[in-house]
Write a protein that binds this ligand. Structure first.
Ligand code: ADP
Length: 334
């Protein structure tokens, strides 16, 4: 028997999300296909207050997402309710793959593709920020790639249960690699926190390695706060230095040292990329410079690049960090 959620008939299972299963489903009256995110909490809430807070957040986030309409943001179509509580979210179905899956197949990504995805990501963020919405969890798993090469940001701040340390630890797997230092330190988050995460995603697309990777969670957290990763060009010399510079600025530890807005980062990336395209066309790459006002950055010459991941990670001793790591991070999943 076909499973139903409101007017939606389940067609297939897409994946396991943090708040329940995600299905490909079809609206039985208008035929529209959606990604249906169901709310099934495996985690027991500590108390009624916790449970109420979770559903309040889900409702609030649904309202925020419902106000967004942009080609680089996954559209929320409808919210299902069980009584007063959200029971499913019907969102635009993206027939493609996540950036996470894409990176599993190819890393680093070809330069044009990485820049295209980064541009879409910054466009989507600029739009969300203009609506006062901060994503807080930009990572490859939350970036969906359409079959025609467009990137869309998914999972805008959908609440996550954070009531047990077990859940917190499990939800963290793979995630803090893209968190900003201010999130790790549980200091206030701003739109610039999303820019840091976008920088970490760009870094990985361009080099094939995560900028703050470490064997232990405590090491990742320590690296996010303290480690300045090697310049993108050190790992992948075929990336123009001007693009490596954009990534480095996005990854500034101090939020005030990053671009002020996603729009500003986008303009810079587009400027650099247009200069690169023009240089490629005229065959002058390596001779050109990009004008940054009082500073000029030479575009690096394209050289042969061996994509074999190198053991470039600067070893960082995680100090007495591990015992506090989960405590530190649990509030971040709010
Ligand atoms: P959560 O972020 O809540 O953990 P995800 O967004 O990761 O859940 O969803 C789980 C899986 O469902 C994803 O890996 C992806 O394969 C699939 N998925 C989620 N949203 C969509 C969508 N809009 N279109 C197509 N597939 C999706």
């Amino acid at each position: 028997m076909t499973e139903h959620y409101g007017d939606y008939e389940v067609e297939s299972f897409l994946g396991k999300g943090s708040i329940g299963k995600v299905f490909l489903a079809r609206h039985r009256r208008i035929g529209r296909r959606v990604a249906l995110k169901t709310v099934h909490l495996e985690t027991k809430f500590e108390d009624e207050e916790d449970r109420t807070e979770f559903y309040k957040r889900l409702q609030r986030e649904a309202e925020l997402c419902g106000s967004m309409q942009h080609p680089n943001v996954v559209t929320l179509y409808e919210v299902g309710y069980d009584g007063d509580l959200v029971s499913f979210l019907a969102t635009e179905y993206v027939d493609g793959e996540t950036l996470l899956a894409r990176l599993r197949r190819t890393r680093p990504l070809p330069l044009d593709e990485a820049i295209g995805i980064a541009t879409d990501l910054l466009r989507g963020l600029a739009y969300a920020h203009s609506k006062g919405i901060i994503h807080r969890d930009i990572k490859p798993a939350n970036i969906l790639l359409t079959s025609d090469g467009r990137a869309k940001i998914a999972d805008f701040g959908v609440a996550r249960p954070l009531n047990s340390s077990l859940t917190a630890t499990r939800s963290l797997v793979g995630t803090p690699n893209y968190m900003s230092p201010e999130q790790v330190k549980t200091t206030p988050v701003s739109p610039r926190s999303d820019l840091f995460s976008a920088g970490a995603v760009m870094y990985e697309m361009l080099t094939g390695v995560k900028p703050f990777a470490a064997p232990e969670l405590s090491g990742i957290l320590y690296n996010v706060v303290n480690l300045v990763p090697p310049r993108v060009t050190e790992t992948n010399p075929s990336v123009p230095d001007a693009i490596a510079r954009v990534v480095a600025k996005l990854l500034a530890k101090d939020a005030n040292q990053r671009y002020a807005t996603a729009d500003e980062a986008l303009s810079e990336l587009e400027l650099v990329d247009h200069a690169r395209a023009a240089a490629l066309e005229s065959g002058e790459l390596g001779l050109l410079t990009v004008d940054h006002g009082d500073d000029t950055t030479p575009l690096s010459t394209i050289v042969d690049y061996d994509p074999t991941p190198s053991p470039l990670r600067r070893e960082v001793e995680p100090p007495t960090f591990s015992s506090v790591a989960v405590v530190l991070v649990a509030p971040l999943l709010a």
